[in-house]
Design a protein. Structure first.
Length: 579
């Protein structure tokens, strides 16, 4: 009697998935063999195979019409076919799979001694990692470099996959995952960990992976082994808060390309005049339709949809998108979108985990029951509970910002500017940025201007300081200063992180002071920014920023203040080699 395990999956996860599973079960039992079948569909896995079942299995049958991660079956005899073959030719499929047991037995007898020698001689640990931040720009790649440097210094092999705004780079292969001793996930957004089932896995924030690399890696090597259904997670006291933040930033990360593209296209429409888009049939009107009518219209639905996706995976996407669209239609703004996303995600998650159906009807859950019930609940919740209060809050906030007095404008600018510099791309920075971006949909442009101007100051000032006061920076910092200046011009605040990490007590207060001054000046002068990103390059677009000279003055003033404070606070380095 053979011990068989199987996985069945089809694109919808309904008919063929369960028909193939039933056919394999009945035929295998009739042939006198033991079998366990895992089914995979739109709501995830059902009857998930345990590590022990995989370990003791003699052969694995994969009856699938979609891509499945195979790393957890490393070293096992695998027979792969389509679900149709498993349904129509079940007995032949099982016989062919059983033949693999004999083949593997012969190969194992030949290869086992060589494998043992190889394992005994292997001294270097193997690490695979993923880094991801909401924008997928600076933190993602800086954390990846930090992990690589640690691995090199500690005699380890490492491969890092970066998941940024343009997708995944240096994607990990099944073979690399199978050979890894530990998996490290440094991410502030949702990362699918299904392919790491059975591996020692450690999850942390991208900020910790960058700034506390040694501590993170020490903790990673002592992380518990992940099963097919569990992942190593932080302590319960921090898990809920960090989870909420991660879900929010996942939504922001998917929303951001729409906002950036839409905002820049809207800014381009102003080249022809600030109100040229009102004339139908013109290029300016077409640009406004693309940026405002399409890209910005999708902003809140995508924010809500991917917050829900981060919480409940695919089941949360439909109710989240629809809830976000309702928030937009009800003029509840980004606050309504955030509420819709979280409500949709947790409702879909509860339904996925708690609604139990007979096996023959299980396939109805992902395509009928969860989308119908969750969307209905979310829609009614938005219309009767959230819509009006959220709209009132957004209307009040918009009215306040549009009629803000100079004293209140300065205070708000000080706050937003300081937040942009306090952690340079971390949670506080992202909170200020999200606030500014969210208000663009309400045609409120003051906070966005203050946020971008303030975010440019820390890296610009550090680049300038390494030029005018070279004796206060090491040769490596002087080189990094040039890159920091370029990043500052591009509105990438993370360019200041290496300096802040080396000397936080002097660098961070200096940066906060300059950024706060810039934010306050921007708000005081009533500067408006119609694009959510782009740095100095946006300033070249006519009417994208107004008033332009006052905006430039705010950025220059904050940069000079931070540079002056850095020169005053930092002490000369003895015998420093000037680059």
């Amino acid at each position: 009697m053979a011990n068989i395990i199987a996985v069945t999956a089809c694109p919808t996860g309904i008919a063929h998935t369960y028909m193939a599973a039933e056919a394999l079960k009945k035929t295998a039992i009739a042939m006198g063999h033991s079998i366990r079948v895992e089914t995979r569909g739109a709501t995830g896995g059902q009857n998930t195979l345990s590590d022990e079942e995989i370990r003791t299995a003699q052969v694995v049958i994969i009856a699938s019409d979609v891509h499945l991660e195979m790393s957890r079956f490393a070293g096992k005899a695998i027979y792969a076919i389509s679900t149709s073959d498993a349904i129509r030719d079940t007995e032949q499929v099982l016989e062919a799979a059983l033949e693999l047991i004999k083949t593997q037995a012969v190969q194992t007898a030949i290869e086992e001694p060589a494998v043992e020698v190889a394992n005994n001689s292997a001294a270097r640990k193997k690490i695979v990692a993923i880094t991801a931040c909401p924008t997928g720009i600076a933190h993602t790649f800086m954390a990846a470099e930090a992990l690589k440097k640690w691995a090199k210094a500690n005699n380890c092999d490492i491969r890092v996959e970066t998941q940024g705004s343009v997708g995944a780079k240096n994607q990990l292969t099944d073979e690399e995952i199978a050979e890894a001793d530990v998996v490290v996930i440094g991410a502030d957004t949702h990362v699918d960990t299904a392919r790491f089932a059975g591996k020692s896995l450690y999850k942390t924030s991208v900020g910790r992976a960058l700034k506390e690399t040694d501590k993170v890696m020490q903790e990673a090597f002592s992380a518990p082994k992940q099963t097919a259904q569990t992942v190593a997670t932080p302590a319960k006291s921090t898990q809920k808060a960090s989870g909420v933040y991660k879900h929010l930033l996942t939504g922001v990360s998917y929303m951001l390309p729409l906002v950036v593209a839409g905002g820049l296209i809207i800014a381009l429409s102003f080249v022809f005049g600030i109100e040229a888009f009102k004339e139908k049939g013109t290029l300016a009107a077409a640009l406004m339709s693309i940026g405002g009518g399409a890209a910005f219209a999708l902003m809140i639905p995508v924010l809500a949809g991917f917050i829900a996706y981060s919480i409940a995976d695919r089941p949360g996407l439909a109710p989240g998108l629809i809830g976000g669209m309702l928030a937009s239609q009800l003029q509840a703004g980004f606050l309504g979108g955030i509420l819709a996303g979280f409500f949709a995600g947790y409702v879909a998650l509860w339904m996925r985990d708690n609604i139990k159906l007979p096996v023959h009807f299980e396939g109805l859950k992902p395509v009928l029951i969860i989308p119908l019930l969750s969307t209905l609940l979310v829609g009614l919740f938005m219309i009767y509970v959230v819509g009006e209060p959220a709209k009132a809050i957004m209307d009040g906030l918009t009215s306040f910002l549009k009629n803000i007095g100079s004293a209140n404008a300065v205070l708000l600018g000080l706050l937003l500017g300081g937040m942009m510099a306090i952690d340079m791309g971390g949670p506080v920075n992202k909170a200020a940025y999200t606030f500014g971006v969210g208000l663009l949909a309400s045609n409120t442009f003051l906070p966005m201007a203050a946020v971008m101007a303030a975010g440019m100051v820390p890296p610009l000032a550090l680049g300038l300081a390494t030029f005018v006061a070279k004796n206060r920076f090491t040769p490596d910092e002087q080189i990094a200063g040039k890159a920091s200046a370029v990043l500052g011009l591009s509105f990438i605040t993370e360019g200041a992180i290496p300096f802040a990490a080396n000397d936080p007590l002097r660098v961070i207060p200096s940066c906060v002071a300059g950024a706060a001054l810039t934010g306050a000046m921007s708000m005081y002068f009533g500067c408006e920014l119609h694009a959510p990103h782009g740095g100095i390059f946006v300033l070249a677009i006519p009417n994208a920023v107004s008033p332009l000279l006052a905006y430039i003055a705010a950025i220059v003033s904050g940069t000079l203040l931070t540079t002056l404070l850095l020169v005053l606070f930092k002490k000369p380095i003895p015998q420093v080699a000037v680059a």
